[in-house]
Each structure stands twice: as structure tokens, then as C-alpha cells.
Unconditional design. Structure first.
Length: 196
């Protein structure tokens, strides 16, 4: 699929659930804000811009980075005045003014070089900055008898599958500490971590 086809497919799939995505984004933005010492937030893989919009509503200086140009155009139209950059995080240098929080939801599993990606996440944050990261859990793709559900393993463009343990080790190896896995009703991984 071409970049524009992928973007339009996401937009079409989110139109009917936009309100529920905004409700979830508002909950997450409030949870992030409670842990921040400053006011600047970067949404990595900002998709249609819901988290940036929700964070802005509660006074955060929020911006997004998204590699799909169609999604960036949609986000800019939906949330005018908000900053969205069309780029891959690993190709963007650290901000002149580091962020107080980075939000990264359902992105890391798509990344080819996960070590480079986590280094780039770390580089965007100020010392003591907060990372809020979500990703599917490997258990979602393994049956009770430990056999992979091979059809599910072909999830769109997923490169990696994580457990609480291997994701925590990855983040710690690249300078994150105080890694806190949040309860998620046996679904994906949802965590907070702090830049050392």
C-alpha cells in the first residue's frame, strides 16, 4: 500500500470512533500531566492528532511527529494551530528545548531498529522527563498452549512483540528508570518511565 492509501485507511477507520479516541486521549493526557514537571509534550506517531488535541485542551504545549503525510494533513485540519511534523523520529535530532513528556502509543512494534528508536525517544526528553508508552503484549499472539497464533502474528507491519520484562530491559539499557507497568486487563503493555 502507498503512504496515502495507508493514511486514508486510518482516517476512514477512525472517523466513526473519533469521540471515543478523544475521550481516551483526554484520560491519558491528564495522567501524563500529573507526572510532568514542565509543560512540553511530544506525541511520537501522532496519527490523526487526538493526543495533541487533548493535551492542548488542558494547557500543555503539545506537538506531534508522524511519518504519514496524509495523517499529518488530517491532524493539522482537525487541530488547527497545533504543530505536527511529518518525519520519522530517528531522523529528527533532539529538540533545542527538550520535552517534559513523550507519548508513544502503538508505535514501537512497527520499528525496524528498536534500539535506535529508544535512543531517539530518550534524546527528546529533558532529564527527569516522562515517557508514556503502549504496545501490544506478546501474550496477545500466543495461544494457551504456547503455540503462536500465526494469523495474528501477521498484524499490519509489526516487526517486534514485547513482554513486560523484555521491554523494561530495553528501556533501562537506554537510560530510562522508574519503569512502571500499569494494569491493562491482560491486554497490551502500558507503562510510564523516566529519563535518568
Amino acid at each position: 500500500m502507498q503512504n496515502s492509501e495507508v493514511g486514508h485507511a486510518y482516517i476512514d477507520s477512525y472517523r466513526h470512533k473519533f469521540d471515543s479516541k478523544m475521550r481516551r486521549s483526554r484520560r491519558r493526557a491528564r495522567a501524563i500531566k500529573k507526572r510532568m514537571t514542565g509543560n512540553r509534550l511530544l506525541d511520537v506517531g501522532s496519527n490523526i492528532g487526538c493526543l495533541v488535541g487533548a493535551a492542548s485542551e488542558i494547557g500543555m504545549e503539545a506537538s506531534g511527529i508522524e511519518p504519514n503525510s496524509e495523517l499529518v494533513k488530517f491532524a493539522e485540519a482537525k487541530f488547527p494551530g497545533r504543530r505536527f511534523t511529518c518525519a520519522v523520529l530517528e531522523d529528527v535530532g533532539p529538540s533545542d528545548t527538550p520535552y517534559d513528556a513523550v507519548y508513544c502509543s502503538e508505535v514501537i512494534e512497527h520499528v525496524v531498529d528498536v534500539n535506535r528508536f529508544v535512543v531517539a525517544l530518550h534524546a527528546q526528553l529533558a532529564s527527569g522527563g516522562v515517557l508514556y508508552l503502549t504496545t501490544p503484549h506478546i501474550r496477545e499472539y500466543i495461544r494457551w498452549n504456547q503455540q503462536p497464533r500465526t494469523a495474528a502474528l501477521a498484524a499490519p507491519d509489526h516487526k517486534l512483540y514485547f513482554s513486560d520484562e523484555n521491554l523494561s530491559r530495553l528501556l533501562a539499557r537506554h537510560g530510562f528508570n522508574r519503569i512502571e507497568i500499569k494494569p491493562n486487563f491482560r491486554r497490551g503493555i502500558k507503562l510510564f518511565a523516566v529519563k535518568s
